[in-house]
Design a protein around this ligand. Structure first.
Ligand SMILES: [Zn+2]
Length: 326
Protein backbone atom coordinates (compact mmCIF):
# COMPACT_ATOMS: atom_id res chain seq x y z
CA UNK A 1 0.00 0.00 0.00
CA UNK A 2 1.21 3.51 -0.78
CA UNK A 3 1.91 5.81 2.13
CA UNK A 4 1.14 9.53 2.11
CA UNK A 5 4.53 10.44 0.68
CA UNK A 6 4.26 7.98 -2.18
CA UNK A 7 0.77 9.24 -2.99
CA UNK A 8 2.10 12.80 -3.04
CA UNK A 9 4.92 11.72 -5.34
CA UNK A 10 2.50 9.95 -7.66
CA UNK A 11 0.21 12.96 -7.75
CA UNK A 12 3.15 15.23 -8.58
CA UNK A 13 4.44 12.91 -11.28
CA UNK A 14 1.08 12.93 -13.03
CA UNK A 15 0.40 16.62 -12.84
CA UNK A 16 0.69 19.16 -15.63
CA UNK A 17 2.95 21.28 -13.45
CA UNK A 18 5.41 18.42 -13.32
CA UNK A 19 5.44 18.02 -17.11
CA UNK A 20 5.98 21.74 -17.54
CA UNK A 21 9.07 21.57 -15.36
CA UNK A 22 7.74 23.52 -12.41
CA UNK A 23 10.74 22.38 -10.40
CA UNK A 24 13.27 24.41 -12.36
CA UNK A 25 14.64 27.09 -10.05
CA UNK A 26 14.59 30.47 -11.79
CA UNK A 27 18.32 30.93 -11.24
CA UNK A 28 19.10 27.71 -13.13
CA UNK A 29 17.66 29.23 -16.30
CA UNK A 30 19.98 31.39 -18.35
CA UNK A 31 19.07 35.06 -18.75
CA UNK A 32 18.89 35.56 -22.55
CA UNK A 33 19.70 39.27 -22.50
CA UNK A 34 23.28 38.49 -21.45
CA UNK A 35 23.96 36.00 -24.24
CA UNK A 36 24.38 32.24 -24.06
CA UNK A 37 27.21 30.61 -22.10
CA UNK A 38 29.56 28.47 -24.18
CA UNK A 39 29.87 24.89 -23.00
CA UNK A 40 33.31 23.24 -23.07
CA UNK A 41 33.84 20.67 -25.81
CA UNK A 42 34.62 17.94 -24.94
CA UNK A 43 32.55 18.30 -21.80
CA UNK A 44 34.64 15.93 -19.71
CA UNK A 45 38.20 15.85 -18.39
CA UNK A 46 40.13 12.86 -17.05
CA UNK A 47 42.61 12.97 -14.22
CA UNK A 48 44.60 10.16 -12.64
CA UNK A 49 44.65 10.13 -8.84
CA UNK A 50 46.92 7.36 -7.58
CA UNK A 51 45.35 4.12 -8.80
CA UNK A 52 41.98 5.56 -9.78
CA UNK A 53 40.66 7.90 -12.43
CA UNK A 54 38.54 10.94 -11.66
CA UNK A 55 36.54 12.43 -14.54
CA UNK A 56 34.78 15.77 -14.38
CA UNK A 57 31.59 15.82 -16.47
CA UNK A 58 29.92 19.14 -17.09
CA UNK A 59 26.13 19.12 -16.92
CA UNK A 60 25.88 22.72 -18.11
CA UNK A 61 26.20 26.38 -17.26
CA UNK A 62 23.55 28.88 -16.20
CA UNK A 63 24.11 32.59 -16.77
CA UNK A 64 22.57 34.64 -13.99
CA UNK A 65 22.32 38.43 -13.91
CA UNK A 66 24.46 39.70 -11.03
CA UNK A 67 22.16 41.47 -8.59
CA UNK A 68 22.44 42.84 -5.07
CA UNK A 69 21.02 39.62 -3.62
CA UNK A 70 23.68 37.24 -4.95
CA UNK A 71 26.25 38.00 -2.24
CA UNK A 72 24.21 38.62 0.89
CA UNK A 73 26.84 40.39 2.99
CA UNK A 74 28.94 42.49 0.59
CA UNK A 75 28.17 45.65 -1.37
CA UNK A 76 27.62 45.01 -5.08
CA UNK A 77 30.43 47.44 -5.98
CA UNK A 78 32.92 45.28 -4.05
CA UNK A 79 31.60 42.14 -5.74
CA UNK A 80 31.96 43.74 -9.18
CA UNK A 81 35.46 44.96 -8.48
CA UNK A 82 36.61 41.50 -7.36
CA UNK A 83 35.19 40.04 -10.58
CA UNK A 84 36.79 42.66 -12.80
CA UNK A 85 40.16 42.21 -11.04
CA UNK A 86 40.03 38.61 -12.33
CA UNK A 87 39.04 39.63 -15.87
CA UNK A 88 35.47 38.38 -15.38
CA UNK A 89 32.20 40.02 -16.52
CA UNK A 90 30.58 42.20 -13.87
CA UNK A 91 26.93 42.25 -14.96
CA UNK A 92 26.32 38.51 -14.90
CA UNK A 93 27.68 35.31 -13.33
CA UNK A 94 28.19 32.04 -15.17
CA UNK A 95 27.43 29.19 -12.78
CA UNK A 96 28.70 25.83 -14.05
CA UNK A 97 27.31 22.49 -12.82
CA UNK A 98 29.92 19.71 -12.76
CA UNK A 99 29.39 16.20 -11.37
CA UNK A 100 32.41 13.87 -11.05
CA UNK A 101 32.90 10.20 -11.91
CA UNK A 102 35.37 7.99 -10.06
CA UNK A 103 36.56 4.92 -11.98
CA UNK A 104 38.21 2.54 -9.50
CA UNK A 105 38.72 -1.05 -10.65
CA UNK A 106 35.24 -2.26 -11.54
CA UNK A 107 33.56 0.51 -9.57
CA UNK A 108 31.87 3.49 -11.32
CA UNK A 109 30.98 6.08 -8.69
CA UNK A 110 29.15 9.26 -9.70
CA UNK A 111 29.19 12.29 -7.40
CA UNK A 112 26.06 14.46 -7.84
CA UNK A 113 23.84 14.35 -10.94
CA UNK A 114 23.18 17.83 -12.35
CA UNK A 115 19.77 19.24 -13.31
CA UNK A 116 18.69 16.35 -15.53
CA UNK A 117 15.67 17.29 -17.66
CA UNK A 118 14.67 20.10 -15.31
CA UNK A 119 16.98 22.97 -16.23
CA UNK A 120 17.38 25.37 -19.15
CA UNK A 121 18.76 24.67 -22.62
CA UNK A 122 22.39 25.02 -21.53
CA UNK A 123 22.08 22.30 -18.84
CA UNK A 124 21.20 18.61 -18.71
CA UNK A 125 24.29 17.42 -20.61
CA UNK A 126 25.61 14.97 -18.01
CA UNK A 127 24.49 11.77 -19.79
CA UNK A 128 25.78 13.04 -23.14
CA UNK A 129 29.18 13.79 -21.61
CA UNK A 130 29.19 10.51 -19.69
CA UNK A 131 28.71 8.70 -23.02
CA UNK A 132 31.41 10.81 -24.66
CA UNK A 133 33.76 9.69 -21.88
CA UNK A 134 32.85 6.05 -22.64
CA UNK A 135 30.20 5.22 -20.02
CA UNK A 136 26.46 4.52 -19.92
CA UNK A 137 24.08 5.47 -17.11
CA UNK A 138 23.67 1.76 -16.37
CA UNK A 139 27.43 1.42 -15.78
CA UNK A 140 27.14 3.53 -12.61
CA UNK A 141 27.05 1.31 -9.51
CA UNK A 142 27.00 4.09 -6.90
CA UNK A 143 25.74 7.67 -6.82
CA UNK A 144 26.98 9.87 -3.97
CA UNK A 145 24.89 12.97 -3.25
CA UNK A 146 26.31 16.00 -1.42
CA UNK A 147 22.96 17.69 -0.76
CA UNK A 148 19.41 17.95 -2.05
CA UNK A 149 19.37 21.17 -4.12
CA UNK A 150 17.87 20.59 -7.57
CA UNK A 151 21.13 20.99 -9.50
CA UNK A 152 22.60 18.05 -7.55
CA UNK A 153 19.67 15.60 -7.47
CA UNK A 154 17.67 16.61 -10.57
CA UNK A 155 19.42 14.06 -12.79
CA UNK A 156 18.50 11.07 -10.59
CA UNK A 157 14.99 10.76 -12.01
CA UNK A 158 13.69 11.87 -15.42
CA UNK A 159 10.34 13.34 -16.48
CA UNK A 160 9.04 9.88 -17.36
CA UNK A 161 9.61 8.99 -13.69
CA UNK A 162 12.47 6.57 -14.42
CA UNK A 163 15.47 6.30 -12.12
CA UNK A 164 18.24 7.24 -14.55
CA UNK A 165 21.06 5.32 -12.85
CA UNK A 166 18.95 2.20 -12.70
CA UNK A 167 21.63 -0.17 -11.40
CA UNK A 168 23.13 2.19 -8.81
CA UNK A 169 22.79 2.49 -5.09
CA UNK A 170 22.09 6.14 -4.24
CA UNK A 171 23.92 7.19 -1.09
CA UNK A 172 22.61 10.33 0.63
CA UNK A 173 23.54 12.09 3.88
CA UNK A 174 20.99 11.03 6.51
CA UNK A 175 20.62 14.55 8.02
CA UNK A 176 19.95 15.98 4.54
CA UNK A 177 17.26 13.39 3.86
CA UNK A 178 15.68 13.92 7.28
CA UNK A 179 15.46 17.69 6.76
CA UNK A 180 13.94 17.75 3.28
CA UNK A 181 11.57 14.80 3.72
CA UNK A 182 10.09 16.27 6.90
CA UNK A 183 6.52 17.27 5.99
CA UNK A 184 6.27 19.65 8.95
CA UNK A 185 9.35 21.55 7.77
CA UNK A 186 7.95 21.73 4.27
CA UNK A 187 4.66 23.12 5.59
CA UNK A 188 6.54 25.73 7.64
CA UNK A 189 8.96 26.71 4.83
CA UNK A 190 8.61 30.02 3.01
CA UNK A 191 6.79 29.87 -0.32
CA UNK A 192 10.05 30.30 -2.25
CA UNK A 193 11.44 27.06 -0.78
CA UNK A 194 8.42 24.88 -1.49
CA UNK A 195 9.67 24.01 -4.98
CA UNK A 196 12.88 22.59 -3.53
CA UNK A 197 10.90 20.45 -1.04
CA UNK A 198 8.61 19.24 -3.84
CA UNK A 199 11.57 18.36 -6.02
CA UNK A 200 13.09 16.25 -3.22
CA UNK A 201 9.78 14.37 -3.03
CA UNK A 202 9.68 13.97 -6.82
CA UNK A 203 13.12 12.30 -6.71
CA UNK A 204 13.03 10.32 -3.48
CA UNK A 205 9.42 9.58 -2.46
CA UNK A 206 9.16 6.57 -4.78
CA UNK A 207 12.80 5.52 -4.84
CA UNK A 208 12.97 1.75 -4.21
CA UNK A 209 14.20 0.89 -0.71
CA UNK A 210 17.01 -1.27 -2.13
CA UNK A 211 18.30 1.71 -4.15
CA UNK A 212 18.37 4.33 -1.40
CA UNK A 213 21.10 4.25 1.28
CA UNK A 214 21.19 6.92 4.00
CA UNK A 215 24.58 7.39 5.65
CA UNK A 216 25.84 9.36 8.62
CA UNK A 217 28.73 11.57 7.40
CA UNK A 218 32.17 10.59 8.70
CA UNK A 219 32.59 7.03 7.43
CA UNK A 220 33.87 5.24 4.35
CA UNK A 221 31.32 4.98 1.52
CA UNK A 222 33.42 3.11 -1.03
CA UNK A 223 37.03 1.91 -1.00
CA UNK A 224 39.18 5.01 -0.38
CA UNK A 225 36.22 7.44 -0.33
CA UNK A 226 35.12 8.96 2.96
CA UNK A 227 32.25 11.34 3.60
CA UNK A 228 32.94 14.50 5.60
CA UNK A 229 30.21 16.58 7.22
CA UNK A 230 30.22 20.19 5.94
CA UNK A 231 26.84 21.43 7.13
CA UNK A 232 25.84 25.03 6.41
CA UNK A 233 25.04 25.39 2.71
CA UNK A 234 22.25 22.96 3.60
CA UNK A 235 21.55 21.13 6.89
CA UNK A 236 23.23 17.90 5.70
CA UNK A 237 25.71 19.16 3.08
CA UNK A 238 28.54 16.60 2.86
CA UNK A 239 31.94 16.41 1.08
CA UNK A 240 33.68 13.36 -0.39
CA UNK A 241 37.36 12.77 0.30
CA UNK A 242 39.18 10.29 -1.93
CA UNK A 243 42.61 8.84 -1.18
CA UNK A 244 44.53 6.57 -3.52
CA UNK A 245 48.25 5.73 -3.37
CA UNK A 246 49.09 8.81 -1.26
CA UNK A 247 47.13 11.14 -3.50
CA UNK A 248 44.14 13.03 -2.17
CA UNK A 249 41.16 14.46 -4.06
CA UNK A 250 38.45 16.34 -2.20
CA UNK A 251 35.13 16.90 -3.94
CA UNK A 252 33.74 19.91 -2.11
CA UNK A 253 30.25 20.04 -3.65
CA UNK A 254 28.79 23.46 -2.76
CA UNK A 255 31.29 24.39 -0.08
CA UNK A 256 31.51 27.49 -2.26
CA UNK A 257 29.50 28.67 -5.18
CA UNK A 258 31.77 30.24 -7.87
CA UNK A 259 35.30 30.33 -6.37
CA UNK A 260 36.14 33.68 -8.02
CA UNK A 261 33.90 35.20 -5.34
CA UNK A 262 33.48 32.77 -2.46
CA UNK A 263 36.91 31.13 -2.27
CA UNK A 264 38.59 34.51 -2.66
CA UNK A 265 36.28 35.80 0.09
CA UNK A 266 35.33 32.78 2.22
CA UNK A 267 33.35 35.05 4.55
CA UNK A 268 30.97 36.14 1.81
CA UNK A 269 27.62 34.35 1.82
CA UNK A 270 25.99 33.27 -1.41
CA UNK A 271 22.22 33.67 -1.44
CA UNK A 272 21.82 29.84 -1.46
CA UNK A 273 23.65 29.16 1.85
CA UNK A 274 20.92 28.18 4.31
CA UNK A 275 23.06 28.71 7.44
CA UNK A 276 25.59 31.35 6.34
CA UNK A 277 27.66 31.30 9.53
CA UNK A 278 28.07 27.52 9.62
CA UNK A 279 28.88 27.58 5.89
CA UNK A 280 31.51 30.30 6.41
CA UNK A 281 33.27 28.35 9.17
CA UNK A 282 33.37 25.05 7.35
CA UNK A 283 34.52 26.79 4.15
CA UNK A 284 37.54 28.29 5.91
CA UNK A 285 38.41 25.06 7.79
CA UNK A 286 38.13 22.93 4.68
CA UNK A 287 40.18 25.16 2.38
CA UNK A 288 42.85 25.44 5.05
CA UNK A 289 42.99 21.64 5.31
CA UNK A 290 43.11 21.25 1.51
CA UNK A 291 45.97 23.73 1.15
CA UNK A 292 47.91 22.23 4.10
CA UNK A 293 47.60 18.74 2.60
CA UNK A 294 48.21 19.97 -0.97
CA UNK A 295 45.11 18.01 -2.02
CA UNK A 296 43.48 18.24 -5.42
CA UNK A 297 40.07 19.82 -5.23
CA UNK A 298 36.92 19.45 -7.34
CA UNK A 299 33.98 21.82 -7.03
CA UNK A 300 30.51 21.51 -8.52
CA UNK A 301 30.34 25.23 -9.40
CA UNK A 302 34.04 25.64 -10.24
CA UNK A 303 35.09 26.69 -13.76
CA UNK A 304 35.77 23.77 -16.10
CA UNK A 305 37.54 21.38 -15.77
CA UNK A 306 36.41 22.07 -12.19
CA UNK A 307 39.41 20.47 -10.58
CA UNK A 308 42.78 21.82 -9.61
CA UNK A 309 44.42 23.19 -6.49
CA UNK A 310 43.70 25.92 -3.98
CA UNK A 311 46.33 28.55 -3.20
CA UNK A 312 46.32 31.15 -0.46
CA UNK A 313 45.36 34.56 -1.92
CA UNK A 314 45.00 37.52 0.42
CA UNK A 315 42.62 36.57 3.22
CA UNK A 316 41.12 33.82 1.07
CA UNK A 317 41.99 31.27 -1.58
CA UNK A 318 42.38 31.18 -5.34
CA UNK A 319 41.31 28.20 -7.41
CA UNK A 320 44.00 27.09 -9.88
CA UNK A 321 42.47 24.73 -12.44
CA UNK A 322 44.66 21.97 -13.88
CA UNK A 323 45.97 22.67 -17.37
CA UNK A 324 45.98 20.32 -20.32
CA UNK A 325 43.59 18.62 -22.72
CA UNK A 326 41.12 15.80 -22.24
ZN1 LIG B 1 24.62 23.69 -6.20
Amino acid sequence: MLNRRQLLGAALAGSAAYAAGAFVPAWAQSAPNFGTPTLPNPGFRRMTMGEVEVISLIDGIARRPLGEEFVKNAPIAEVRSLLSSQGLPTDYIDIPFTPFLVVAGKRRILMDTGLGEFGGATTGKLLENLRAAGFQATDIDTVLITHFHGDHIGGLRNKAGEFVFAKAKVLVPAPEYAFWMDDARMAAAPEGMKGAFNNVRRVFAQMPAEMLVRFEPGGELAPGIRSVAAFGHTPGHTLFDLKSANQNFVYVGDLTNVPALFARNPDWAVTFDMDAEAARKVRRETFQRIVAGNAMVGGFHFPFPAFGRMAVAGSGYAFEPVAGGA
